[in-house]
Design a protein around this ligand. Structure first.
Ligand code: FES
Length: 349
């Protein structure tokens, strides 16, 4: 109910007389709405056009800022430092990204506010409260009001504003696309290959010496890495995480898997040390059963049977490296692994 519909509860003069009361103004009376004062844009079409151009300009600046954001990402090197008053020395890239993205978002907001304040209807209305479940005629009225609001906002009529707003909103998410570059370079096929190759000698990781067959005794577990890899190399951790080997010697007649026997040398077998579950280094060897146990989630592999998984969450046997002996009597690889090492999802990709 509007304020105008609410009667003020002022005692009648008869009652005044009867009770001798003095007329008191109701302190809770609805003061009503002030009279609507049209804005300059409501009465001057040229002023309305000026406002329309201002809104469109803000949305256009937003689009340009988004383009500048993407360009900054490409142009400025990560380590470029510049002096900008009053901030001092700052990263040129971070500064440019912050300014351009901030401007892109600000201009969309400022354009929307200016549009609402100058061109959309500013007439205030009072509606009575109604039940939450609106009757059909109210719904129809709402739809009619919505259509009227859309008409008054000029959303359909002012195509310049509408189109530039769509453009600005569509382009802002593009800023996030370039940030994907921060995830680093694509792995390409680096995860499918290791440093092992035909002729690479097996180096004992404890002594840093090339391994001879006689260095590997039955029941022992030896860890090996490819020759040429040094702990001082920049890429040591990356490479050893793929190339680390477990070397064990098993009596050839105890080896159940035919291919494992063919890829071994006099019962010496070399398997990846990296668990195929989620990549922990395996280190526990049970010499009686030839089982190795991953300490992370207890996956157990049988090294006498192609490193088959006999327990635990690992979904794939440990990859085997084919080995032999070179002319100098040292153990060497005869190829790289024939499948990716580590977590088995790589070969399903
Ligand atoms: S990483 Fe080896 S069992 Fe989980």
């Amino acid at each position: 109910m509007s304020s105008q519909d609410i009667p003020e509860e002022t005692p009648s003069s008869e009652q005044d007389h009867a009770h001798g009361a003095v007329a008191v103004k109701d302190p809770f009376a609805d003061p009503g709405l002030p009279a609507h004062r049209p804005r300059v844009q409501d009465i001057d079409e040229r002023a309305a056009r000026r406002s329309e151009r201002t809104v469109a300009l803000l949305f256009t600046v937003s689009m340009l800022s988004t383009v500048a954001f993407i360009a900054s990402y490409v142009i400025f090197p990560v380590d470029k430092i510049v002096y900008i008053w009053p901030f001092g020395h700052v990263s040129a890239l971070n500064f440019a990204l912050g300014i351009t993205l901030g401007l892109a978002l600000f201009c969309i907001g400022a354009g929307a506010v200016h549009w609402a304040r100058t061109l959309m209807s500013d007439e205030e209305r009072v509606d009575e409260r109604h039940p939450i479940e609106a009757p059909p005629e109210v719904k129809a009225k709402v739809m009619a009001d919505f259509a009227a609001g859309a008409e008054e906002s000029g959303f359909g009529r002012r195509k310049l504003i509408r189109n530039t707003l769509f453009g600005a909103l569509a382009m802002v998410p593009l800023s996030g696309v370039v940030l994907l570059r921060d995830l680093g370079p694509l792995p390409e096929d680096k995860l499918r290959h290791t440093l092992w190759a035909k002729g690479k000698q097996l180096i004992n990781m404890n002594t840093n010496e090339p391994l001879r067959p006689e260095d590997v005794s039955v029941g022992s577990l030896t860890f090996a890495m490819p020759e040429g890899l040094s702990e001082h190399d920049h890429s040591f951790q990356t490479e050893i995480a793929k190339a680390a080997l477990m070397i064990v010697r098993i009596q050839p007649e105890d080896i159940k898997d035919k291919r494992e026997l063919e890829w071994s040398h006099e019962g010496i077998v070399a398997f990846s040390k990296i668990c195929t579950h989620v990549g922990c280094p395996i280190s526990l060897y049970e010499q009686q059963t030839h089982h190795v146990l991953c300490p992370c989630h207890q996956s157990t592999f049988d090294l006498s049977d192609g490193a088959r998984v006999i327990f635990g969450p690992a979904g794939h046997p440990l990859p085997q490296l084919r080995i032999g002996v070179n002319d100098e009597g040292f153990l060497e690889a005869l190829s790289d692994f024939d499948e990716p090492v580590g977590p088995a999802f790589w070969e399903r990709g």
